[in-house]
Design a protein around this ligand. Structure first.
Ligand code: NAD
Length: 357
């Protein structure tokens, strides 16, 4: 099969880690008989330097005509003093909006080889964990009606949590489809004991679940979910939740893996086209030094194969190669910690993954 991928390398370590992921995709192409065509576009600080804005129209058009998009990271001290609307980070919101991405998928996986990086007690994570948080990205309180008004006690400010059936239905569908590709278990997280919007959320999620008889869908209140994540993270497979709850819980879950350089993400819309990126930033402190951990971006490319292109065996091959690299004790500097292990460079880590595909 043939796929067109838009590459948004961005700033800082972005170009180095995207190049690593590209070489992994090329290897997958060779091994499984696919052709990936890569077209680079400017985004972030490098776009400001070249054309005076962080998200040029050409980039948006290129992404919209591609089959999927791989992003490195944007931003850095060089652009920090610019006004908000022409800062590199503004391009991230712009491209997500232009691609109409309403879902954020954030895996939080604890590799058994990296258990010591987890801040939880060993007996709580003895079997590792592998959680996929499905967060609604374009609705809820971050986008609801807001304002200031005079209230009983003087000036007050308000924000509104509002979800339509359509918004809930489409995110619930993504959660069930995602679960079908994993452990077939969805935990829907809400606050239905207090919030009307959560009661609608719960009702619609269960209506959608009827179309997925193989998937077990249960509910959990968000306060309990925050506790269960640190008490027994192994119980989660797919967790689906609203924009704000997902924002908070996905950061909590990612911290449990202890390693920012390992965590991938995907943002998806109605179509198969998605935006895939590591969760970390442009790491200006190590940019250009061949020190960055490329695994989060390599795993983002694996997510692209799985969720945009339905290439499950190919995605598995990348994830398995990463497992093998870690099991064999190979580490980039961010994973070495205080141990005596000699860290691999970005290119050495990439080569180690390529060897195991
Ligand atoms: P950061 O994620 O870039 O870095 C935090 C720390 O983690 C640094 O010490 C960095 O060296 C380290 N780190 C991050 N990724 C790593 C990797 N792959 N391998 C090894 N170490 C890694 O966060 P920050 O320092 O707060 O932000 C730096 C810049 O990135 C800022 O301009 C910020 O706005 C931007 N940013 C961009 C995105 C994005 O593009 N999606 C996300 C977050 C931050």
């Amino acid at each position: 099969m043939e796929f067109n991928i838009a590459l948004l390398k961005g700033d800082g370590i972005g170009p180095e880690i995207v190049d690593s992921a590209v070489s992994v995709l090329e290897k997958i192409g060779e091994k499984f008989g696919h052709k990936f065509n890569f077209t680079p576009y400017l985004i972030g600080g490098c776009a400001i330097d070249a054309v005076g804005k962080p998200l040029p129209e050409e980039t948006v058009e290129g992404c919209l005509k591609s089959d999927s998009v791989l992003l490195g990271a944007v931003g850095g001290p060089k652009w920090d003093s610019l006004p908000g609307d022409i800062r590199p980070e503004k391009a991230l919101l712009g491209i997500r909006a232009a691609m109409e991405l309403f879902t954020n998928l954030r895996p939080a996986k604890l590799y058994s080889a990296l258990k010591e990086a987890c801040p939880l007690r060993e007996d709580l994570v003895s079997k590792g964990f592998d959680i996929m948080i499905v967060r609604e990205l374009t609705g809820g309180i971050y986008f609801g009606e807001r304002g200031y008004r005079q209230g009983k006690y003087g000036l007050e400010a308000y924000d509104t949590e509002c979800y339509s059936e359509t918004e809930i239905r489409r995110i619930a569908k993504v959660a069930c489809e995602t679960a079908m590709k994993r452990g077939k278990k969805v935990i829907s997280i809400d606050k239905a004991n207090v919030l009307e919007s959560s009661r609608l959320w719960r009702k619609v999620v269960h209506e959608v679940a009827e179309d997925y008889p193989e998937v077990t869908v249960t509910d959990m209140l968000v306060d309990n979910a925050a506790m269960q994540l640190v008490r027994n993270p192994q119980q989660f497979d797919v967790a689906v939740t609203s924009n704000m709850f997902g924002d908070i819980l996905s950061d909590e879950a990612s911290q449990l893996t202890g390693s920012i350089g390992m965590l991938a993400s995907a943002s998806l819309g109605e179509t198969k086209r998605g935006l895939y990126e590591p969760i970390h930033g442009s790491a200006p402190d190590i940019a250009g030094q061949n020190k960055a951990n490329p695994i989060a971006t390599i795993l983002s490319a694996a997510m692209m194969l799985r969720y945009s292109f339905d290439l499950t065996a190919e995605a598995d091959a990348i994830e398995k190669a990463v497992d093998l690299v870690l099991d064999s004790g190979l580490r980039t500097a961010d994973l070495v910690g205080d141990s005596d292990t000699k860290p691999l460079s970005t290119t050495e880590m990439t080569a180690a993954v390529l060897e195991r595909i």
